[in-house]
Design a protein around this ligand. Structure first.
Ligand SMILES: NC(=O)c1ccc[n+]([C@@H]2O[C@H](COP(=O)([O-])OP(=O)(O)OC[C@H]3O[C@@H](n4cnc5c(N)ncnc54)[C@H](OP(=O)(O)O)[C@@H]3O)[C@@H](O)[C@H]2O)c1
Length: 361
């Protein structure tokens, strides 16, 4: 790429926003030139606005410290600075929907981590290694919005980003039913143990809205492009339980699954270790060389040991064994604020740049 695309981050002061700001340091294709947050942060430097709320395990990059934060109440000025934006905000769903559509109509592509537009029929919900072809929906969306270059693309919920990748190689086997229990890190709620001390040594068997997302969103990701919408996959039926656990980073899932045509254990492990992705073939900078790995040890995957596999962009699977009720059960893990949030958003932006949907203004 001759010249880097100019990008901004909305929600830059939050947990996912901080991940974006970090990932954009020295990015080969994108340069972060603007940051945006609530009107409370507007007018401050990024360092002042974020202050002691910096939560991630790397120092705040120098490039961002003196950028003046825009407020979402001044979105027109923010949009003028950039070629496209990431968006990860804690606002009401209808406000987010309105904000994202307004930005798209200002002819600025939005790569969103929020759930507000995931079920808008012509908004693609993308995991680049799985359903890159859903990007075609953008044409129908632009026609609806009346835009030339503005659109919204979203990534799915962090909870599904271990078991959906792990099961994708077996769609041809007819996956009939899945029972999944997720064990989700506190960073998924934008928290650390300092800001959520009640979680030390604790577990909460409820995360608002998460079970519904975990059961429904895979059907859109596995659905098929149908012009102006995605025809949802009619199988498998999914039952999910989502627990918050005392882990800082990394969502684990315990999965039980039944197939129409049951693959062998050797076939499953070979499919995981040999998974080839279009993201790597396209040379996307954030694409993990190995999207999936199978670990032979009985006590893996563990968030502390495995969440950072492939810089937090790979998915680790282990403990595949026969089940008494389903065909098989296994455990899998992905990094929730990298693969499940900012890293997934970055890879989607790279995919849409490679495919010509995101360009310089
Ligand atoms: N954490 C994860 O693992 C994860 C994974 C996938 C998706 N997500 C999604 O990503 C989004 C952000 O999550 P997070 O964990 O990063 O939350 P967070 O740490 O609470 O950050 C929230 C951000 O939203 C901004 N904000 C709050 N009210 C606003 C308003 N009225 N106008 C504009 N900006 C406003 C905040 O700005 P101020 O600093 O100015 O208040 C801050 O930058 C959510 O939709 C969440 O569901 C999170």
């Amino acid at each position: 790429m001759d010249k880097k695309l100019r990008v901004g981050v909305i929600g830059a002061t939050g947990y996912v926003g901080q991940r974006f700001v970090s990932l954009l340091e020295n990015h080969p294709w994108f340069e972060c030139v603007a940051v945006c947050a609530s009107p409370r942060s507007a007018g401050k430097t990024y360092a002042e606005a974020t202050g002691d709320r910096w939560k991630i395990d790397r120092p705040m990059p120098e490039y961002v410290k003196d950028l003046i934060v825009y407020g979402t109440d001044n979105i027109e000025e923010y949009v003028k600075q950039i070629d496209f934006t990431f968006c990860a905000v804690d606002m009401k769903k209808d406000e987010i929907r309105e904000l994202e559509e307004k930005i798209a109509k200002l002819e600025c592509p939005v790569i969103s981590n929020n759930s507000a537009n995931r079920w808008t029929p012509d908004v693609p919900m993308i995991i680049p290694e799985i359903n890159a072809d859903h990007a075609q929906l953008i044409e129908a969306q632009k026609a609806r919005l009346g835009t030339k270059r503005g659109f919204i693309a979203v990534k799915p919920n962090c909870s599904i980003q271990s078991y959906v990748p792990a099961l994708t190689p077996f769609l041809g086997n007819g996956i009939k039913k899945i029972s999944v229990c997720t064990y989700q890190a506190i960073s998924g709620a934008g928290k650390t143990f300092e800001t959520w001390p009640e979680m030390v040594g604790n577990l909460i068997p409820y995360i608002g809205g998460e079970e519904e997302k975990s059961e429904k969103e895979p059907l859109k990701v596995w659905g098929s492009f149908a012009g102006d919408h995605i025809e949802l996959a009619c199988e498998p039926v999914i039952s999910a339980q989502c627990y918050r656990v005392a882990v800082q980073e990394g969502h684990t899932a315990a999965v039980s699954v039944s197939f129409e045509k049951k693959p062998s254990i050797d076939e499953m492990i070979a499919a995981w270790n040999g998974f080839e992705s279009e993201a790597v073939k396209l040379g996307l900078p954030s694409a993990p060389k190995h999207f999936l790995q199978y670990l032979e040890e009985d006590n893996r995957p563990q968030p502390k040991l495995d969440a950072m596999f492939e810089n937090g962009m790979g998915v680790s699977v282990a403990r595949l064994r026969e089940d008494n009720i389903f065909d098989y059960k296994f455990a899998c893990l992905s990094h929730n604020t990298l693969r499940g949030a900012a890293g997934g958003g970055m890879l989607t932006a790279e995919l849409l740049t490679a495919k010509g949907y995101i360009t310089a203004k």
